[in-house]
Design a binder for this molecule. Structure first.
Ligand code: HEC
Length: 111
């Protein structure tokens, strides 16, 4: 019986982890964006950073969501040094998830 309760608690924990992941901008960022954009948006050799980003500060949430959905390549000369382009995410992320990430990016931009 005790073992059964333990299994139940673990299963419940997984369900909650799954739902937190669904719309948690910070977790989604970590799993999908961090490899290129760096921890806390610090940037890497693969992609620009987000801390203090003029683009993010000036852009509306819809503008940011559009870049995430459709991807982008070489928007400015300073971005041409990156080997890959910004991949489109509309096939793998839901609108609500993209929204949550856009909110999270705004918080990184103010750092
Ligand atoms: C394969 C590496 C890669 C991954 C993964 C990636 N990006 Fe990008 N991202 C880029 C590159 C390269 C650019 C520069 C695009 C350009 O040249 O215009 C970029 C640009 C951006 C910009 C515009 C920044 C600016 O200063 O104009 C945003 C916003 C962005 N990415 C968000 C995201 C989000 C959110 C994710 C995760 C869902 C993500 N990226 C995942 C490579 C990546």
């Amino acid at each position: 019986m005790r073992k059964l309760i333990g299994v139940g608690v673990v299963a419940l924990g997984l369900v909650f982890a799954g739902s937190a992941m669904a719309n948690d901008g910070a977790s989604l960022y970590k799993s999908k964006c961090l490899p290129c954009h760096g921890a806390a948006g610090a940037g890497t050799a693969m992609a620009p950073g987000f801390q203090g980003s003029a683009f993010l500060k000036g852009a509306s949430k819809a503008d940011i969501a559009a870049v995430i959905k459709d991807g982008r390549a070489g928007a400015q000369k300073k971005y041409k040094k990156f080997a890959l382009s910004m991949p489109p995410w509309k096939a793998s992320l839901k609108d609500a998830q993209i929204d949550a990430i856009a909110d999270y990016l705004k918080t990184l931009a103010s750092k």
